[in-house]
Design a binder for this molecule. Sequence first.
Ligand SMILES: Nc1nc2c(c(=O)[nH]1)N[C@H]1C(S)=C(S)[C@@H](COP(=O)(O)OP(=O)(O)OC[C@H]3O[C@@H](n4cnc5c(=O)[nH]c(N)nc54)[C@H](O)[C@@H]3O)O[C@H]1N2
Ligand SMILES: Nc1nc2c(c(=O)[nH]1)N[C@H]1C(S)=C(S)[C@@H](COP(=O)(O)OP(=O)(O)OC[C@H]3O[C@@H](n4cnc5c(=O)[nH]c(N)nc54)[C@H](O)[C@@H]3O)O[C@H]1N2
Ligand SMILES: [Mo]
Length: 706
Amino acid sequence: MAEKIKKLPGEDGIEIKHSQCAICSPGLHCGLSCYVKDGKVIKVEGWDEHPFSKGGLCTKGLSNREFLYRKDRVLYPMKRVGERGEGKFERISWEQAYTEIAEKMNAVKDKYGADKVAFYSGYNKWYRNMLARFAHSFGSQSYGTESSSCFVAGEMAWQCRTGTGMTQNLETDLLIGWANNGFYSKYTMMGPLEKAKARGMKYIVVDPRVTPGSIRYADLHLRPHLGTDGALALTIANCLIKDDAVDHDYIEKYVHGYEEYKAYVSYFTPEKGEELTGVPARDILKAVEMIKEAKTMSITECSAPIPHHRNGLQNYRAQMSLLAITGNIDVPGGQKPAHFSFSERNAGFTTLEEEFMYETFPQDADKSVGADIHPLWYYLRHDMQANDLPANVLKDDEKSIKALYAHGLNFRMFTDNKKWLEVFKKLDLYVDVDLFMTDSAKWADYVLPCCTSMERYELKAYPGQLLWYVRPVVEPLGESKRDVDIISELANYIGVDDEILCSGYENACKYMFRETDVDLDEVMATDGFVKVKAEPYKVGTRLEKGWPTPTGKIELVSEVIAQHPEWGLDALPTYVEPYTADSEKYPFRLCAGTRIPNAIHSRLHDSPWERSLTPEPQAEMNPADCDRLGVELGDDVLVETEIGGFTYKVVPTLTVKEGEVYIYHGYREKDINSILPYDKNNWDPYSGYPAYRSAYCNVKGVKTNG
Ligand SMILES: Nc1nc2c(c(=O)[nH]1)N[C@H]1C(S)=C(S)[C@@H](COP(=O)(O)OP(=O)(O)OC[C@H]3O[C@@H](n4cnc5c(=O)[nH]c(N)nc54)[C@H](O)[C@@H]3O)O[C@H]1N2
Ligand SMILES: Nc1nc2c(c(=O)[nH]1)N[C@H]1C(S)=C(S)[C@@H](COP(=O)(O)OP(=O)(O)OC[C@H]3O[C@@H](n4cnc5c(=O)[nH]c(N)nc54)[C@H](O)[C@@H]3O)O[C@H]1N2
Ligand SMILES: [Mo]
């Protein structure tokens, strides 16, 4: 870690102010010490006193200053003057922007109905409660987010099982790091993991790849083929049942559907498991022995690599079933119930955020986009599955979406994303609110400038009942504003009949906190963290009181699914193999998106020093495959799918298994998502997620290096 500057001798007028990094997941958001001089941030480093990150900051966090001053920051409201996508804009005033957008949104509402306007949020989450309410109060159910590919599938898997979210527990005897590479994607977890290992916790890694965490900490590393985790979990379950190593008392009291589940898993013998997953049967049996020996067990939760397969949600259910049959849910050392109660944080206190978002939900409006195609999603979420938006808009139909109001839309996150350009062309109105003039913003009719976390006030919750009203460290650049102010001010111009939304963010927060003991005026007057009075969760409460599922138990057979045979989904955590259209034509399994330390989706590829660490997308492959293709480091490979192909620099690495290829997404050039199809064969019918991590392709060697 770089040495921190405590004093700058000879420098005057430098003030150290504290803020938060909002470049990655809201579950992390580390503390920043910003060195400010003459109203400008001149340096950023980790804030030692931040109760969560304690001075740590990753590669991405260290780029906050560059992020703030990126050359393509949008500084003023912009109106398109050229053709859509041409990128020609003129500067207008906020007054003009709001007036025109309000007129156009109301025109779509009058002509087609309010439910023909979709509301979307990219990866950012802090303003989502306001955006959801805006959509609902305007009259549309079609509020959707980037979580159409992230986090929610895992939550849905738990909703089908316990009716509530869950979180891992490091105070356990055995942790299974199931698709977990914290060193790259969640560094704050690795310190506690190291401590737990030091106190004797056993750690099994389930990951096709070798990772820094597997080398350093794993007592056992299972390397299944991509997307076959369900088969592995069901095999382990079968072995535990055969060896009578399940917790009969716990199952009897708290678990529903055990007999059916037991009958189903009996198919998955260790030999079958090996055949389906590629993990040697003897290694599967080693894992079984470790589970038997452990008094308590927990499994890491996962937003992307497990769900990003056509059997993703079911694979998730299968692995979490192991916790149910071994009695490791809501017991000391087991998986813990999580309550995401404010700004997608499991903060340890309850607010009325959910009510705030849904109390104006327009019941009689058309169902949100994707409800017909992905009914479980709609049933559990009541919002839009954004992967279904292009098909909806491009359909020639009175009932399709006509206008899109977005914050931070990045069309490159979606598979087959050339379709999005057709979407942008076809819409009557497309507004995008972003920090930068992104490739997606360039297609908009209006681009509205928002500001970064370092330029805004924000109410932030952290686990441990902590609240922090973050203050700006510099004035917002140009005429940029907070996302939440843009939402509330636009709602006023439109004339949305919602006093609370129209009264602004701070009031809305007070509304969400109204039944708590928290005095938000006091929190907002405090410069720093405030500990909220709330009774911490008592382990076992849910077990005793019952779960919010149809049976009140932990369900191995999901009654929500069983009660809806028309959905055509399985109530048991069944297994379906990853899909390949033609295994001779496409012999490689393609995993697009496994995280790299210096990039986060589209947002750091345009930050020069972050980009310099991985300047172009590359294909990581096993050296044996490279030999067969006749390529080595420095050469290219041509990666081809059914809908296109690109050449990538090849990186031979033993961390990758034979037959697999890894390419990171989000790059503008050679955008891997643009050549991944989104079709029924290879999306998850439960969640609607594309199989980004078990796509298929052909690879040809291209000798460029000598
Ligand atoms: N640096 C960085 N950090 C990030 C992000 C980023 O883009 N960059 N993105 C953030 C976001 S939005 C998310 S959702 C999280 C995701 O964070 P993670 O869930 O950690 O995501 P990955 O790094 O993609 O995957 C973790 C591990 O899963 C393995 N894996 C891939 N496919 C499979 C599979 O089918 N089965 C099994 N068992 N393992 C598999 C990979 O080899 C990898 O080592 O990261 C967040 N943090
Ligand atoms: N192939 C492949 N594709 C994937 C994935 C994968 O693993 N593989 N992962 C999926 C997952 S897990 C995720 S989470 C998504 C990523 O989700 P995306 O939404 O694509 O994430 P970003 O690229 O970070 O883009 C977010 C946009 O928000 C803008 N932005 C940043 N801060 C703010 C702000 O404060 N306000 C506003 N209004 N805008 C802001 C950024 O400039 C950017 O344009 O990608 C998904 N796509
Ligand atoms: Mo994500």
